[in-house]
Write a protein that binds this ligand. Sequence first.
Ligand code: DSN
Length: 496
Amino acid sequence: MFSRVYRTCNHLLMPKRSVALHSRKMSNNIDNIAKVLNANLQDSDPELWDLIKKEKHRQRVGLELIASENFTTFSVLQCLGSCLHNKYSEGLPGQRYYGGNEYIDQIEILAQKRALEAYNLDSEKWGVNVQPYSGSPANFAVYTGITEPHGRIMGLDLPDGGHLTHGFFTPSKKISATSLFFESMPYKVDPATGLIDYDQLLISARLFKPRVIIAGVSCYSRPLDYKRFREICDEVGAYLFSDMAHISGLVAAGVTPSPFEYSDVVSTTTHKSLRGPRAGVIFFRKGVRSVTPKGEKILYDLENRINQAVFPGLQGGPHNHAIAAIATCMKQTKTPEFVAYAKQIVANAKRLSDGLQDKGYKVVTGGTEVHMLLVDLRSAKLSGAKGEFILEEINIACNKNTVPGDKSALNPSGIRLGTPALTTRGLVEEDIDKVVDFIDRGLKLAREISAKSGPKLVDFKKAAHEVEEFAKSIANLRDEIEEFSGKFPLPGYPDL
Ligand code: DSN
């Protein structure tokens, strides 16, 4: 005790000159600390700065057609880079395990309120958890909350357009933890139409008796029939869990059917068509679930189960910077600009689909009503991997994807294309015509290369790089695309 007081007060015992020296030293020290702590990344870590700048350049000069990606707004980036990142706040607003959460509580409550408003939900009937770190943890929390270990779940098979976290496994391996810790049985699309086979789903569900049926997709270009899902769930006594990650921006804007009318639980990521931060949200029903023939009301008990599955079940401290960013992105969805944006996403996807079909490409299901489409490259005598590779070479980003009827998920025959990111940059239908032309020219070049290289991807890549004529065509096309895409603005910090 004495020594602490002495240390604190010892400058009082110093001669005047020493006090001045001490104060100067202290302030130099503080200045130095501030300099280190506030150093600009450009100065403190030029190597990393350079890589980030290169990535920014790649985003600017390329055409981003990955259906799940977007360019978030500057306001969202400001939240993500804010002091909120520093705070721990395990628990829910008003019930935290740490102090100092006065403002964090208000921010989380604001995010909850705006998330409900974004989807016009009545807070008496729906609750929301805005803490999931992203979509995969959100989905795992849903299963953890509403079913027991090894409880039965049914989701669309991944090769048919479902997501990993909808219970994906292969004959030789349980790939997703959602198939390892829960018993999963997939349902499929009809290979002839590419559309979900609801009749077969009902037959399988009657036999499998799942606790949860998942209505959600990662690659599917038509609205889901949530009413049909509800009827199937009711017949087998399952919860209907809708994962609207891909379409949540379209749902908020009212340009695609909403899952809320029929679902018990809805999850979403917030960074796809919603254009917010990388994060996840779970909505759950509250109030009356059903009424018995005797008139007794059975209430939902999802609120505690889901909240506790998120924390302390699966996560620790919420990412408060992301929660603030969710709050602001949910606010943005209520603006006329966002509604216009969502409509344009769909208009652009339709134009892309029509344009490619006009050029002879086969689009699965014959088109799209949402933000994405799946092109079957068997019609162009190419594999998905070759298509993806050549498009990447010319600065068009997309991903290879299985198409209905593919034998192996390892060798997919299609490419998935989506328009949320390009629409954010301001492209409209006429610009999409140009994009169609670029894709077509890229894929035609891929066919020429493939004709020379043979079927193997490794030989194809080698020929693309080493045969002068091909390398030159790729470079020319890439330059043309860079010039075109450079005209469209990219939101965010200028360099980062
Ligand atoms: N990777 C996202 C997608 O492409 O659907 C989902 O996790």
